[in-house]
Each structure stands twice: as C-alpha cells, then as structure tokens.
Design a binder for this molecule. Structure first.
Ligand SMILES: [Zn+2]
Ligand SMILES: [Zn+2]
Ligand SMILES: [Zn+2]
Length: 361
C-alpha cells in the first residue's frame, strides 16, 4: 500500500480514513489518481483538471471513502469502482450488520486497490459477461448451525462472503475450529478473487498446460477432493508442496492460496518500502551487534529521542499489519499526559530528573 497524504495539510493518513486525524479535513481516495483528495462542502473535488465526487456509500452511509471519477460523475454511476461491484449487502437497518459490512468494504477496497495497481479487470458483472460481483450475506439461522449458513466462496464471477467473517469473535472461533494458523477478511477476499482471476486468466488459455504441470489436474472432482480434505486432512508432506494446508485440497485451492499469498507479499512490501523500511537480507547476529550503538534503546538516551523514533515505527507496523489483513498491532494513541507519565517512568529507570510539570512534549 502506498503512503497517502492529506491534501489539506500533508499529514500521513491511513487508506481507510475519511477524515484527516491531523487537521480534521474530509478526505477521500481517488482510485484513478491513487491519491487522497479533499472534497468540498458539495462532496466534490477538482484535482489536476479532473473532477471527483464522493461515492454514494461515502456520502450517505460513511461505508466507503472512495471517490467517483469525473466521466462517471453523472447520476448513472453513483458508486465508486469498488462499491459498484456489490450485488447484495446485508440489511443495513441493523446496526451490527452495518458495522460488519463496513469492515468488509474496507478490506475489499484494499483488494481492489491491488487489482487496479496490477491492471487486472474489475468490471462489474452487471455490465456484462465475465464481470465480478460480491454478495455480503448474513446467516439466516443463528451462526454455527449448518442450515441457513452462508458459505463463503466463488462461483462464475460472484464472490460470496459471510459477514460473520468481519466479527472478530466469530472469526477467531472459526479459525480455531478449522485449526487454521491465519484467517482474515482480507485473506478471504484475496483467496476468492484468485478463483475469479483463474477463470479470467488461466481457464481455457495456453497457460492451462503449464498450470496443470505445476498445480495438478484441475479436472479432478472438486467436491470429492474437498470432502477428502475435510475427512482426512492434508498429506503430512504438504509444506513441501503448498503455501498452506488448505492448498493441498485441490489444484484450484492451491492456485487461490498462492494468489492470496502473492497479493499479501506485494501489499506488505509496498507498505514497507513506502515507509523506507528495508532489511539487509545478509544480516547476521554478528553484523547486527556491530550496528550503530546510538540505535540501542537500552543505552542512556533522552526520552524525546525514544519517542521520536517510536511513533513512526508504530505507524509503519500498523500499516504492515493492515497489508497482511491483521488488526493494528499497536492500537494506542499517546496523548500528552500519557507521554509525560512514560517520561516519568524513563526518569525513574534512568535516575534522571523527572519531566517538568506543565505538559509534554
Ligand atoms: Zn490534514
Ligand atoms: Zn464506494
Ligand atoms: Zn477457494
């Protein structure tokens, strides 16, 4: 993910922000420009001669922070390039559904961002054959009963997501039940998009032969393969052949898991490089020990220096976590008084004078 800046004040903002936390300006992501713009009171912004208008889900429900491009600005296209892919959304009159749906849309926009960056087709199914659509559905019966349960999956361009996947408690329970090491909304979306893009990019093309040579014969009975996977688990040597245990179920799942992992790599690397994070692939313990001693946080230093190095690192770590589909690793915002208390702890540990009363910094 690129680093995005508030167009009003230049502060770094998160991809899903609709308000700048530094200056309070309303902001929206313009997918054609891959940048944040600042809509005025009428909900539109003109940047470099192009006009942008808030997506209807942004303007009416705050369920999106993307903008619709100028040529689409007529009444015929109320939704952004991500929201226009929706076929069904849950009953939004229920506040909890609304909360879950917003989370799903945030992660979907991250997927669509990657598709746009890669130049992949993202045309809606409603526009013609070969298009993409999303159903976000709630279980009819209470969750975890087999009847009335919405199955997350892909079929003929339609990606169905059970909105319970956006509920962290339900998702963790499902992760534990399935004995999975990793289960995220973004991972689901990337995985299911892999099935869609396999249909678009591999099925019936010259790539099918090389695909089968590497992933196996995709004409093998899919339902039988899945039943066998759930009954017996993956073969014990799956790590030598697959990116995940589930990938061992069938060549289609192997592809979707590989696609998912590839998108995770791209997004996370872009985030790391945007923050200027780079690692020396040849680093060793011996060389790390020889690193600049001024970077040792345990050596005596002033608290301001620690904070100045800490805060940008936390922003970067949270952005890296988001690229991998995880919640923020550091869900804190340190206010002035809290910082002064940390400075006090620092002074006690270091045996230096406590911070001056009257506010920090
Ligand atoms: Zn700002
Ligand atoms: Zn939208
Ligand atoms: Zn799948």
């Amino acid at each position: 993910m690129k680093l995005l800046a508030c167009p009003a004040c230049g502060a770094t903002v998160y991809f899903n922000n609709s308000l700048c936390t530094a200056c309070g300006a309303e902001i929206g992501f313009a997918p054609g420009a891959m940048a944040m713009v600042a809509p005025g009171p009428d909900g539109s912004a003109t940047v470099q001669g192009r006009r942008w208008r808030k997506c209807t889900h942004y303007a009416q429900l705050m369920g999106c922070n993307w903008m619709v491009e100028g040529e689409d600005a007529g009444l015929t296209q109320p939704f952004c390039v991500s929201c226009r892919l929706n076929r069904t959304v849950p009953d939004l009159s229920q506040p909890w559904n609304r909360t879950l749906w917003k989370r799903l849309e945030e992660e979907k926009r991250r997927l669509i961002y990657a598709a746009l960056r890669l130049g992949l087709p993202v045309a809606p199914m409603a526009d013609g054959p070969g298009g993409l659509a999303f159903d976000f559905l709630a279980d009819v019966a209470p969750s975890f009963s087999e009847t009335g349960r919405v199955m997350t999956g892909h079929a003929e361009g339609l990606i169905t997501i059970n909105i319970a996947e956006a509920d962290p408690v339900a998702r963790e329970r499902m992760r534990a039940q399935m004995a999975e090491p990793y289960r995220t909304i973004l991972g689901h979306l990337r995985h299911e998009s892999g099935h869609y893009y396999w249909d678009r990019l591999v099925r019936g093309t010259a790539l099918l032969g090389p695909f089968r040579a590497l992933f196996g014969d995709d004409s093998a009975d899919y339902n039988a393969a899945l039943a066998q996977h759930y009954a017996n688990g993956p073969p014990p040597d799956w790590p030598q052949h697959h990116v995940s245990a589930y990938a061992a179920a069938h060549p289609w799942e192997d592809w979707a898991e590989s696609w998912n992992h590839y998108l995770l790599m791209l997004d996370t690397l872009e985030t790391a490089w945007a923050f200027g994070l780079g690692l020396d692939p040849g680093a060793t313990a011996a060389r790390a020990l020889a690193a600049d001693p001024a970077r040792d946080p345990y050596r005596p230093t002033d608290f301001d220096t620690l904070v100045a190095q800490w805060l940008p690192l936390t922003v970067a770590i949270n952005a890296l976590n988001a690229s991998m589909g995880h919640e923020p690793a550091y869900p804190f915002a340190l206010g002035a008084v809290a910082l002064r208390k940390l400075a006090f702890v620092h002074a006690v540990v270091r045996g230096t004078p406590p911070p001056e009363p009257g506010g920090y910094p």
